[in-house]
Design a protein around this ligand. Structure first.
Ligand code: GDP
Ligand code: MG
Length: 164
């Protein structure tokens, strides 16, 4: 059966926007409004000779409620367990957060191959210096992407397919 690639990350980093860009259809719900629960969504993705199932993990906005953070971690863990490889999405504008570090630790414990995506790098040209902060997550090279414009998506697809 087809390999599964999961898109994992804390809320609002742009997972659903990336999912839509990669599968080329507007299936995932991109939500500007905090507090909205979204389901996991699946889509086929083809890249050169590879064909895999891409999973967008839903999320809820973090709040002071620990239960919501727990839910986010449970969803991420479920996605990690079922996937062959992970696209871990972070947000250049927000920088490296404690929630990113939390998910990075879950990913390292899983031993699954991870491509570290730094999203919202909208301008072309030399990558911003803030990109290099993401090395601190311990997951190797950060790949700059703009999910809105599509910049950098070819590079992450090429890398993820090396793991399938
Ligand atoms: P998710 O919660 O991780 O699924 O994030 P969404 O895909 O719902 O996106 C959250 C917000 O970030 C939305 O307002 C998106 O339009 C915005 N966003 C996503 N990707 C990009 C990007 O590459 N550049 C910019 N500037 N905004 C983005
Ligand atoms: Mg989403």
């Amino acid at each position: 059966s087809k390999p599964i690639v999961a898109i994992v990350g804390r809320p609002n980093v742009g997972k659903s926007t990336l999912f839509n860009k990669l599968i080329g259809q507007r299936l995932a719900i991109v939500e500007d409004t905090p507090g909205v629960t979204r389901d996991r969504l699946y889509g086929n993705c083809e890249w050169q000779n590879h064909n895999f199932l891409l999973v967008d993990t839903g999320g809820i906005e973090p709040s002071v409620d620990d239960g919501i953070l727990l839910h986010m971690r449970q969803q991420a863990q479920l996605a990690i367990d079922t996937a062959q490889a992970i696209l871990f999405v972070t947000d250049l504008r927000a920088g490296v957060t404690a929630q990113d570090a939390d998910i990075a630790n879950m990913l390292m414990r899983s031993g699954k191959p991870v491509v570290l995506v730094v999203n919202k790098v909208d301008s072309l040209g030399a990558p911003p210096l803030e990109l290099y902060d993401f090395y601190s997550l311990g997951l190797g090279e950060p790949y700059p992407v703009s999910s809105v414009h599509g910049h950098g998506t070819g590079d992450i697809l090429e890398k993820i397919c090396e793991y399938l």
